[in-house]
Design a protein around this ligand. Structure first.
Ligand code: CTP
Length: 403
């Protein structure tokens, strides 16, 4: 999944021949899963039609402060466009538009929107080779970078004038790659590896029966998704679950039993920075697993159970740099029991679920948790969706690295 997926991109098109390439750029943004809103300068309409960009972006295209063709002359609010966007890309950015941006010359909708935008702004210059190195253009670049904007440098090659040199707008594929790399580099968990356990475990009784539990895996999958969105490389070790995850930063490791989950976790542990144990691991398993299907013969049937290995505690014993987060599901003496768990398993943070809270636990889309850290600081949270709880947990991980 692209880092641009779900992002709202404001594309500002100014009047240079490279404007024709914005058709491809819009398509690439849409393919990456972004929402695109195009704003054009009046001059750019000589190079590509608003209809083309509006069809490709699936949105109306704006180029003036009000729609002359409308009876009611509706106002196109540059402030709203500016607030809507997650990022603004000005491509092609002509020498004229760059100079206006650098000096606040606000005589069209694109510049007014640029001046209103609070999001990161990228600009991809496009002009002839001599214009590209003219001191006034260089001054515009310098000022715009100083203001916090990011330049997507022009490329060398054949120019529309017939000359050859530096000044060609970066190719649409290169603009996309530049934005993805730049945004990924800014993600707070970029370069961090997180091991997450999720779902139930199934403990075999015979070839067709098992002991399991009702965990859907949703909490762990939501955490995995959220950590990946923040740039982390995630290893998701999951017991049987119907849920799917589609993110190329998530390595999916399916397991069935507690023993398989234990082995998978120990395979990856030494290399990870964080472990989040959200799985509902079976505490006991049948001591003997019948090779054949067990026949119903006697009136009573007793299965002898033995303890499974405590995965989290075993990781707590050997941890070095790893930040360990465990879950605790309690019905009484919640805080005290959770604190004991921190000590027993050598954890850094416990996410406590109290079954006394309405809307918490299995089978609900919501959860109400309390964070308790290794210094026993207790932080109760509101009842939230599991996605929002996942976000809070990932924020705790981010705080661990940056606070
Ligand atoms: N856990 C684990 N391996 C196990 C059992 C639990 O990794 N064999 C992890 C769970 O993923 C969870 C935490 O340990 O993060 C839960 O601890 P556990 O001791 O099982 O607590 P509860 O099930 O909440 O309660 P109890 O103390 O009654 O067992």
């Amino acid at each position: 999944m692209s880092v641009l997926s779900g992002k709202k991109i404001l594309l500002g098109v100014s009047g240079g021949i490279a404007a024709y390439k914005t058709a491809t750029l819009v398509r690439l943004f849409i393919k990456a899963g972004a929402h695109v809103q195009v704003i054009m300068t009046p001059a750019s309409k000589d190079f590509i039609t608003p209809l083309t960009l509006s069809t490709l972006s699936k949105n109306p295209v704006y180029s003036s402060f009000y729609n002359q063709d409308d009876d009611n002359e509706e106002w196109n609010s540059h402030v709203e466009f500016g607030l809507w966007a997650d990022l603004m890309v000005i491509a092609p950015a002509t020498a004229n538009t760059l100079a206006k941006m650098a000096n606040g010359v606000c005589d069209n909708l694109l510049i007014a929107t640029y001046l209103s935008a609070k999001c990161p702004v990228y600009f991809a210059p496009a002009m002839d080779l001599d214009m590209y190195i003219h001191p006034s253009t260089l001054e515009s670049f310098h000022k715009l970078k100083l203001f916090g904007n990011t330049m997507i440098p022009a490329e060398k090659g054949e120019l529309a004038s017939g000359l050859s040199g530096e000044g060609r707008m970066s190719e649409p594929e290169h603009i996309l790659a530049f934005l993805e790399a730049n945004l990924e580099g800014k993600l707070p968990l970029k370069g961090k590896k997180i091991l997450i356990t999720a779902g139930p475990t199934y403990e075999a009784i015979d070839p067709v029966r098992f002991i399991g539990n009702h965990s859907s895996g949703k909490m762990g999958y939501d955490i995995a998704e959220c950590a990946a969105i923040m740039g982390a490389s995630v290893i998701l070790v999951s017991g049987p679950s119907h849920l799917k995850i589609d993110n190329n930063l998530v390595q999916f490791v399916p397991v069935v039993s507690a023993q398989e989950m234990y082995e998978a976790c120990h395979t990856y542990f030494s290399d990870v920075d964080v472990v989040i144990a959200a799985a509902a691991v079976a505490d006991y398993r049948p001591k003997e697993v019948s090779v054949q299907k067990i026949k119903k013969e006697s009136e009573k049937f007793v299965i002898e159970l033995e303890k499974t290995k405590d995965i989290l505690a075993s990781l707590g014993e050997i941890k070095t740099k790893q930040f360990l987060i465990g879950f605790a599901l309690e019905t009484e003496n919640e805080i005290e029991n959770a604190k004991l768990k921190i000590q027993k398993k050598n954890l850094d943070l416990v996410v406590l679920n109290s079954l006394q809270d309405v809307g918490a636990g299995f089978g609900t889309p919501t959860n109400k948790v309390t964070f308790i850290d290794k210094n026993f600081k207790v932080e109760p949270m509101e009842l939230k969706s599991k996605k929002a709880v996942a976000n809070d947990i990932v924020n705790k991980v981010i705080a661990h690295f940056y606070d």
